[in-house]
Ligand binder design. Structure first.
Ligand code: 4NP
Length: 170
């Protein structure tokens, strides 16, 4: 099993969106029995909460279901389980790098690294600077932007995993 963890700050906006979108891509590729998806936050404020209603609504408009997801905080033991630990922004990445045990051999990087090779417009990526901007205190179009970026990076990540692990879709 290949295990993928998406990490943001609160685990109620960006990383649950990535969780819901990427598991949908995995299911459509017939790879749900090979790739497992989870998400977590570096902060502890929202532990146990469902995704933010604005993230939930934006995702639902594109047919992604986030309703079963509940926030949890990332832990050092996550590095023992997950092969891909993917941060939404550079602050999340720095916090994860500080937690990373020396024996971790997986990929710890920005999620949007995987959007480079996908169909996303270069403009959208460069304006975001390879970060998924935190939409929590912003306007509602921030949630649309999160989805656009997450969809592009999900396509790139699935391809990268399929190539690296030589997975043939069912
Ligand atoms: P997320 O968004 O990291 O994408 O889940 C946030 C959610 C909550 C807070 C900040 C960002 N907060 O400060 O409570």
């Amino acid at each position: 099993m290949i295990e993928v963890l998406f990490v943001c700050l609160g685990n109620i906006c960006r990383s649950p969106t990535a969780h819901g979108v990427f598991r949908d891509r995995v299911a459509r590729a017939g790879l749900s029995d090979r790739i497992r998806v989870d998400s977590a936050g570096t902060g502890d404020w929202h532990i146990g909460r469902a995704p933010d209603s604005r993230s939930h609504a934006a995702a639902q408009l594109r047919d992604y279901d986030l309703s079963d997801l509940r926030a949890r905080q990332v832990q050092a033991v996550d590095f023992d389980r997950f092969h891909y630990v993917l941060a939404m922004d550079r602050t999340n990445l720095a916090n994860l790098q500080a937690m990373r045990p020396p024996h971790f051999r997986g990929e710890l990087r920005l999620f949007l690294d995987y959007a480079r090779d996908s169909a996303v417009g270069a403009e959208a990526l460069s304006s975001a600077g390879l970060e998924v901007p935190d939409p929590y205190y912003g306007e509602s179009d921030g949630f649309e932007q999160v989805l656009d970026l997450v969809e592009s990076a999900s396509d790139g990540l699935l391809l990268a995993i399929q190539r690296h692990h030589k997975l043939v879709p069912a």
